[in-house]
Design a binder for this molecule. Structure first.
Ligand code: ZN
Length: 424
């Protein structure tokens, strides 16, 4: 066994599932065949674990960052959510977006009456081989969600789009988590589960109500206990809760499952219902395999509280060209390399303690691996202007970086303690 964290990669899991008869199918007519992200000109890949062999090997081990990079945050955990920015032309209004989406908006809204949150994005299982597995979020889905769920909030369109993206992503990531949970049943018992389980529990509209309720509960939990990306979202949680309640069977139960533990006014807790779903699916194993009741079925999920999005392919699609037509740009950088230090930066840098200077070099080497490493706190920094990003330098210092689009080049513009840098 490899040393250190060794959560197996999905490609490794899939190879193992090939040995379980009936676990993986080539095709399934009910599998979503909407956009695949195959055309790189029309897709922004937020996470692409299969193709990041330089970042992870087959067993999903994260590369050891040089030992001197041991900071106060020694865990190399990934940030809870990817730092995706939607750049929206300042003059673009919600009415403009409505006009541009036109019939497509009506189509999505109609679909949401049948498929709830999955009208805005979708997850494709790795239990089939024909289509790219993972989370797919079309640009028009993000914009439609922003209009449908958040139109009454006093936030910029840009912020609404970002919240919409994270909401859809969290819902779909829960489906990824369930896919992994089922794979664990299959690997543990040697019996196929996925296809029989979905067949058994699907309703007339083709989805499993309990799974949808939990997926939307995971979405809501992200807004109730917000991480950095979702903080300061001005009433988004309440609005989103109401939005869920208006959705179809199963999806509408999300708010009941938000609380982690314990019975409350007859409502079910998130952990209990996650467990219930795991048992329901596990019991569909063919050939039949019934676990003893003492088995904790919650253990089959990799993590129900914090789903590691970097293990799941995530792609934002613009196959109908709506983002392009509206001038909306999706900014996401998986790595930041070859940072040039400006004179202003060098001037401030010279005056810093050697320990801080060392921390800066650590941040630089981490950024070259992944902007999503948790300790980096990499995020857009709009106070300094568009294309500015902030990164942690040790616990107390921050550096501001600027991305020059024309030259596709990064500049370190400023460094200082978090107060001087305007981080309050
Ligand atoms: Zn769903």
């Amino acid at each position: 066994m490899p040393a250190g964290p060794h959560v197996p990669s999905i490609s490794y899991i899939r190879n193992a599932l090939e040995e379980v008869p009936g676990a993986i199918r080539f095709d399934d007519p009910s599998t979503d065949a909407r956009g695949s992200g195959a055309d790189p000109a029309l897709a922004v890949w937020i996470s692409d674990p299969d193709r990041q062999s330089n970042v992870r090997n087959a067993m999903g081990e994260r590369p050891a960052v040089e030992s001197h990079t041991d900071t106060e945050d020694s865990s190399e955990a990934m940030a809870d959510n990817p730092a995706v920015a939607f750049e929206i032309p300042p003059k673009l209004t919600e009415a403009d977006v409505r006009d541009a989406l036109g019939d497509e908006l009506a189509k999505i809204e109609q679909l949401s009456q049948l498929k709830g949150a999955d009208a805005y994005g979708w997850y494709t299982t790795f239990h089939q081989k024909r289509f790219q597995h993972g989370v797919h979020i079309p640009g028009e889905g993000v914009l439609a969600f922003a209009l449908d769920a958040f139109s009454h909030l006093d936030l910029s369109l840009k912020r609404k789009a970002e919240l919409a993206f994270h909401a859809i992503l969290r819902h779909e990531l829960f489906h990824f988590n369930v896919d992994c949970m089922i794979a664990n049943w299959e690997l543990a018992t040697g019996a196929a589960v996925f296809w029989a389980a979905k067949e058994r529990h699907r309703n007339a509209h083709g989805y499993v109500p309990l799974e949808e309720g939990l997926a939307s509960a995971y979405m809501l939990r992200g807004f109730k206990h917000p991480s950095r990306e979702l903080a300061n979202s001005g009433g988004a949680y309440e609005t989103l809760k109401q939005f869920c309640i208006r959705q179809p069977e199963g999806y509408a139960d999300a708010a009941q499952y938000v609380k982690s533990r314990g019975q409350y006014l007859g409502l079910n807790s998130y952990f209990d219902v996650c467990c219930e779903l795991s048992v329901a699916y596990g019991n569909a194993a063919t050939p039949a395999w019934r676990p003893p009741e003492a088995l904790d079925a919650l253990l089959f999920y990799p993590d129900v509280v914090r789903i590691d999005w970097t293990r799941c392919p995530i792609v934002i699609l613009d196959e109908h060209g709506f983002l392009d037509a509206l001038g909306v740009n999706v900014a996401f950088f998986r790595t930041v390399c070859d940072i040039e230090e400006t004179e202003r930066f060098a001037h401030a840098f010279k005056k810093l303690d050697k320990s801080i200077q060392d921390q800066w070099r650590i941040s630089v080497s981490k950024l070259a691996l992944s902007t999503s490493l948790n300790g980096l706190g990499f995020q857009p920094w709009k106070m300094d202007g568009a294309d500015y990003y902030s990164v942690n330098v040790g616990g107390n210092f921050r550096a501001h970086l600027r991305y020059d689009r024309n030259g596709s080049k990064w500049f370190a513009e400023a460094i200082g303690n978090h107060k001087e840098m305007g981080h309050g």
